[in-house]
Design a protein around this ligand. Structure first.
Ligand code: AGP
Length: 615
């Protein structure tokens, strides 16, 4: 997604903007730009490609005596990733610039109207319309904030917006509507603006989240806030982010993704701790607002998510129906938002999202809310849009996940969802404190097991990828709780190594996919000694009989596996309910090692963005 950075204050602005843009690179982009005000003139530099292209252009400006500016990394939605389409975009006079993240849905009609009034456009973007709209009104009012309000009154769509005008040389204006924006408050004065927290962390951990249809006026001495819909000043709360800049760095690992794979034990513990009392066998998730009385009025749960988060939802369905005995439907958000929904006030709709900004998931819960559903969000980003629109939130405390491929956020989601399951069972009085203690302990123990096994697993998997890294296809199979992990393993491999991969329920192979099996087809099969073990073994025997190249993942001590395949990776026997979390780890490592061996951009895979804030 696009990334916005802005600053006004005592520091030299060019280095601040560049550093902020570097911290947003993980969002995925294809061009970048910067603008700063110097001696009353706007100096604008833009470049297609990576940030290094822009840095080369502003090398001579690092010491520019400017203290106010905006920066942007663009992920193209309207118009090719060219310099001319890169932000910032100017009005006709060149005295006003904007940077934008989102989509202006009615930009065609607005552009035609503005061209008819004599405005000349330089880019193919929807964003440029905003600059000319503001210019149009500014010409008559001479008042920037009023001009922005009037301009945006004509705009349909989503925007996180930064505006700088030579007529107000000490002020940045920021506006947010359906696209994230967070402000930073400098310890010694100064105001920062960014699309996401990591861009602020090198400078401050005091942040203010803008809500939809809110505007901020930023100066070197402070910030003021208004609604787009009224001139009434707003009071906004400053929040302290406990991530430091180092956390968002790689911490000695080769890639963010590998660092985040190894952070999973801590992410799980951070998500669980403070929420379960093993002594008492009690789970505390009062932040969900799901009292026994509220729950008594819930007769169905919808889990709505995209991608990896949807896989977490699929696992949660098994858990919730098993332990809380509430019917669960799982929906891909982009399907959920457009189909007929039989939802009412007796429905609990749960959005699962690492970023809390995924457009499809956000639209889904907004629809469910309109239909009377209570909304809960399982999310990793404090103050993100989904968390502020839900009735309750269960935060995964996985810390910043920079790698585009989700790893620690996923296992933290599973931990949060399992904890939530126990909480539901507890509130419905169908789980005893003994059962909660047993299952809660299993959840805490899995973090220790993963911590211990990670180095060995990475080594074993790295040693076997010579035979697989140059493949073109891969199958992943699993049963029951591990079927969603087969889907997740396939997604991980394809999204970072670009090898085509598919995940299947193991029992489904005979209904078609088994036709794919031959001596060239690698199959990653999850076959722990669990309740469906014998069935899973039958499935892998079928694959072996057709010369499939099996990689078996099974339970330590299961000697039978080596009679089926020479490639066996064993994992410790853990509580069966914890297998989905444990067996995710080798699947992530397989994808990482293969992608790295193929020389792929593991942290920023092609065509992908960390947070898909457009539909
Ligand atoms: C994860 O590896 C993927 N990059 C992607 O599928 C992601 O899970 C999906 O876009 C949902 O994102 P969210 O969890 O932030 O809503």
């Amino acid at each position: 997604m696009c990334g916005i950075v802005g600053y006004v204050g005592g520091r030299r602005v060019v280095p601040v903007i560049l550093e902020g843009l570097r911290r947003l690179e993980y969002r995925g982009y294809d061009s970048a730009g910067i603008v700063y005000l110097e001696e009353g003139q706007l100096v604008k530099r833009r470049a297609a490609g990576k940030l290094s292209e822009l840095e080369a252009l502003v090398e001579d400006s690092l010491l520019a005596p400017s203290h106010i500016g905006l920066g942007h990394t663009r992920w193209a939605t309207h118009g090719a990733p060219t310099t001319e389409n890169a932000h910032p975009h100017s009005d006709c006079t060149g005295n006003l610039v904007v940077v934008h993240n989102g989509i202006i849905e009615n930009y065609h009609s607005l552009r035609e109207d503005l061209v008819g009034k004599g405005h000349h456009f330089r880019s193919e973007t929807d964003t440029e319309v905003l600059a000319h709209l503001i210019e149009e009104t500014l010409a008559s009012t001479g008042e920037l904030v009023a001009a922005i309000r009037q301009a945006l009154a004509r705009v349909e769509g989503s925007y996180a917006l930064g505006v700088l005008w030579t007529g107000l040389p000490d002020t940045l204006v920021a506006v947010r509507n359906h696209s994230p924006l967070v402000l930073g408050v400098g310890a010694n004065g100064g105001s920062f603006l960014a699309s996401d927290i990591p861009a602020l962390l090198p400078f401050t951990n005091q942040v203010i989240f803008l809500d939809d249809r809110e505007m901020a006026i930023l100066s070197a001495t402070g910030q003021s806030f208004y609604s787009l819909d009224s001139a009434t000043p707003l009071v906004k709360e400053i929040q302290t982010i406990d991530w430091n800049a180092a956390m968002a760095e790689k911490g000695g690992f080769r890639h963010f993704m590998l660092k985040e794979i190894f952070e999973q034990p801590q992410a799980i513990l951070n998500t669980v701790c403070g929420r379960i009392d093993l002594e008492e066998g009690v789970v505390d998730l009062t932040e969900t607002g799901l009292t026994p009385e509220v729950l008594a009025g819930i007769d169905r749960i919808f889990l709505v998510a995209c991608g990896t988060s949807w896989h977490a939802a699929l696992v949660a369905k098994y858990w919730i129906e098993q332990w809380a005995e509430i019917p669960v439907e799982v929906d891909i958000a982009s399907e959920f938002r457009y189909r007929k929904l039989l939802i009412n006030e007796r429905t609990l709709t749960i959005a699962i999202s690492q970023s809390g900004e995924t457009a499809d998931t956000l639209a889904g819960i907004r629809r469910a809310k309109k239909l009377g559903s209570r909304i809960l969000t399982i999310c990793n980003v404090v103050g993100s849009t989904m968390t502020r629109e839900a009735d309750g939130v269960v935060y995964t405390h996985a810390g910043p996940e920079i790698g585009v491929a989700s790893t620690k956020a996923f296992t933290a989601q599973l931990a949060a969802l399992f904890l939530f399951t126990l909480y539901l069972g507890q509130q419905k009085k169908i789980l005893s404190s003994e059962t909660i203690r047993e299952l809660g302990q299993a959840l805490i123990d899995i973090a220790t097991v993963i911590e211990r096994e990670l180095p060995r697993l990475q080594q074993e998997i790295a040693s076997l990828i010579d035979h697989y890294y140059d493949g073109h296809d891969f199958l992943f199979v699993g049963r029951g709780l591990n079927f969603p992990i087969a889907l997740e393993g396939a997604l991980k491999l394809k999204e970072i190594s670009y090898i085509h991969a598919e995940g299947y329920a193991a029992g489904e192979l005979k209904h078609g996919p088994i036709a794919l099996i031959d001596k060239d087809m690698p199959v990653f099969a999850i076959v722990p000694q669990d309740g469906v073990y014998q069935k899973s073994i039958s499935n892998v025997e079928e694959i072996k009989a057709r010369s499939g190249r099996l990689i078996l993942l099974g339970t330590e001590g299961d000697a039978h596996l080596r009679t089926i395949s020479d490639v066996v990776i064993t994992l410790p026997r853990v509580h069966e309910q914890m297998n989905p979390i444990l067996y995710t780890i080798p699947a992530q490592l397989l994808a990482y090692e293969i992608a790295t061996r193929r020389g792929c951009d593991v942290d920023q895979p092609r065509n992908l963005a960390k947070s898909v804030t457009v539909e």
